[in-house]
Design a protein around this ligand. Sequence first.
Ligand code: ATP
Ligand code: MG
Length: 340
Amino acid sequence: MATTLEDRPRTAPPPGGAVSGGHDQDNGTPGAVDLRRLYRDTGIGEVLQQLDDELIGLAPVKERISEIAAYLIVDKARRAQGLRSGSPSLHMCFTGNPGTGKTTVAQRMADILHRLGYIRHNHLVSVTRDDLVGQYIGHTAPKTREVLKKAMGGVLFIDEAYYLYRPENERDYGQESIEILLQIMENQRDDLVVILAGYKSRMDTFFQSNPGMSSRIAHHIDFPDYSAEELLRIAQLMVTQIDYRLDAEAQTAMREYVERRMSQAHFANARSIRNALDRARLRQAARLFRTAMSAREGDSGKDELMTIAAADIRASRVFGNEPRPQKIAAALPEAAISDR
Ligand SMILES: Nc1ncnc2c1ncn2[C@@H]1O[C@H](COP(=O)(O)OP(=O)(O)OP(=O)(O)O)[C@@H](O)[C@H]1O
Ligand SMILES: [Mg+2]
């Protein structure tokens, strides 16, 4: 390959002003780079703070993200000082069970990389095997290139990346896609960051069979499962973000829900919590409707519209209840007619 690490220029210039000039106007050492200022000017602190505020738990993940951010800020400072720096390798792998926050953190990572000028666009293109690999001969290369074109200048997030590799299939087109990805990950790594995601054990097997891919991934970040306590806090955060609240009994019900759900099949961490809350909102709406239709007045106060009650959670299948069709429509005619 013709290019070396040193001769690949970064697209974004260092933010102006972070290097002190000859005079001592910011009381810094002449010619020194103010890392704090660089940190402030790029707005990285805000993104990290937001990551901390809006994502419960994930302490090891947050720490790794901060480390990467610090490394990139220092890299910028070194460039500003004219020090030689190879393009930092930014391809990553996020491993963890479903619903542990991989996609969400990847989006924040794109934001960080963009603010620091390591990608041109603050965008993340999320794909799976089906977006990259064709069904017939000759279809895979154009499909993969189309995705790469879309993602270029930003982050390409490949979910369940191990499905690209199907060793049991002798002539699997996935391999073709992997070859193209490897080439771009090496040659255009200053214009595209690839994040692979999936279950840890499957990802490990994938890397064993694809050492080329493994060697191009600089950062491996493992997403732990959430504890029951964290899931409960996630539930609280999710409801407040959309102007709902769990009343005291609903909080107790939610705690029980979490404990039961965690030991059941297809448990998907925070995603299961989001889904449970979506269903609780449906039941709350049906409940409000039923109450309104059977009363003389159909008013619902702001408080009622906001409150999820224990019954909205306990009606779940997780508590052994059969899913019950919400007969709102059946309740409507008499009430609606008597209203007119
Ligand atoms: N730590 C957290 N705090 C608050 N919300 C979270 C947290 N982790 C995940 N979520 C929320 O849970 C949902 C699932 O998260 P996300 O899609 O990022 O997980 P994932 O690991 O990519 O899952 P999958 O493997 O199923 O794709 C999202 O709505 C996200 O906002
Ligand atoms: Mg995801």
